[in-house]
Design a protein around this ligand. Sequence first.
Ligand SMILES: Cc1cc2nc3c(=O)[nH]c(=O)nc-3n(C[C@H](O)[C@H](O)[C@H](O)COP(=O)(O)O)c2cc1C
Length: 341
Amino acid sequence: MTPRLPATQRTATYHGGIAEAALRPTLEAAILAPSGHNTQPWLFRVTEDAVEIYADRRRALPVVDPTGRELTMSCGAALLNLVIALRHAGYSLSVEEVASKDHDLLARVRIGGPLPPTRDDERLFAAIPIRCTNRRPYEDRQVPASSVTELIEAAKALNAHLAVVTDTSKDAIAALVAEGDRTQASDPHFRGELAAWVHPNRTACKDGIPACSFGVPSLPSLVFPFILRTLDWGNGQSAKDRQLASGSPVLAVLWTDEDTPRAWLNAGQALERVLLTAAANGLSASFLNQPIEVPSLRLHLAEIAGVRGYPQLLLRIGYGSVPAPATPRRDVADVLLPRGG
Ligand SMILES: Cc1cc2nc3c(=O)[nH]c(=O)nc-3n(C[C@H](O)[C@H](O)[C@H](O)COP(=O)(O)O)c2cc1C
C-alpha cells in the first residue's frame, strides 16, 4: 500500500513572503520530475526567502534502493526542475546543497531579486512538461554528434559525467543488463516491491507506474501487477532489454566522482538536465539501471564503460517511434510541508 502524508501536511498552504502566485507553477514544474517507480519521494517547504526540498523516506524502495541513492537522485531531478522554473519566473537564486545521511533536508533554494531568464533556462523550462520515460524501441536513426555533445555538457554543468558507450562495448553492457534482469526478477522481494508500484492502466492512483508505460494494453493490465509479483519473468525481460541496450542509438552511463548523498543529489540534477536537453532536441530516453542496482555488476559496468568513478544510472537515448503515455503525479498540496520561518 502506498504511504500517504498525514492530513495536516496534505492541507498545508503557502502564503505571504515570496510571491505566492509565482510559486505554485514552480512547484508544479518541480513535481513533474522523474522518480524511481514514480514514488515522487520529495517534500517542499516554503520559508521567508527560500524553498527547501526534503527526502520523503516513507516513499523509499528498500529492496531495489536500500541506501536511498536513487531516492536522492529523484529529489535532485525535482530540485533541478524547481531551479529552472524559478529562473523562468524571473528570480535570481542560489542553491545550498546540504544532503547528508543524517537528515532529510537535501537543499535550500534561496530566492533573490528579479533576473530575466536566459534562453537556455527558457528552452529547458519548455521541455519539463514534454519529458517522459519512453521504454519502447527507438527508431534506427543516429543521434547527431552535436546533440550528444550537448548531453555530455549538460551532465558536466552539474558536477557529473556522461560516458557514452562505444559501439564495441554495447553488447558487453547489454549482457550485464540481461544478467541484472535475471538476478532482480529471481528475487520475490524485488518483484513484490515493483508490483506494489505498478497499476492497471485505468487507475485513480496519483503515483506509481501505469502498466501502459511498459506497453501493456488495458485488459491484460488488470492482471499485470499480479504477474509481476508472482512469476519469475527474468528470462523474457532480459532478452528484451538486451536487445534494447545493444540496439540503442546512444547508451550512456551517468557517473560521479564520489558516491555520497551530495553526489547523488548532483547526479539527479545532472540526470534531469540531460533528460530535458534530450527532450528539447526531440529525443526520448529510458533507464536500464539493472547493472548498477545489482551491486556485484556495478564494478563490471564501470570497467567496460571506462568510467573512473561511480556509475549512477544507465540511460538509453534515441528518437522514439511511439509516444510514451504520461504518468500521474500527486498534487502540490500533497508534497508541501507547513510553511516555515
Ligand atoms: C533515479 C531514477 C531511477 C529510475 N530507474 C528506472 C529503472 O530502473 N527502470 C525504468 O524503467 N525506469 C526507471 N526510472 C524512470 C521512472 O520509472 C519514471 O521516471 C517514473 O515512472 C515517472 O515517469 P516519467 O519519467 O515518464 O515522468 C527511474 C527514474 C529515476 C529518477
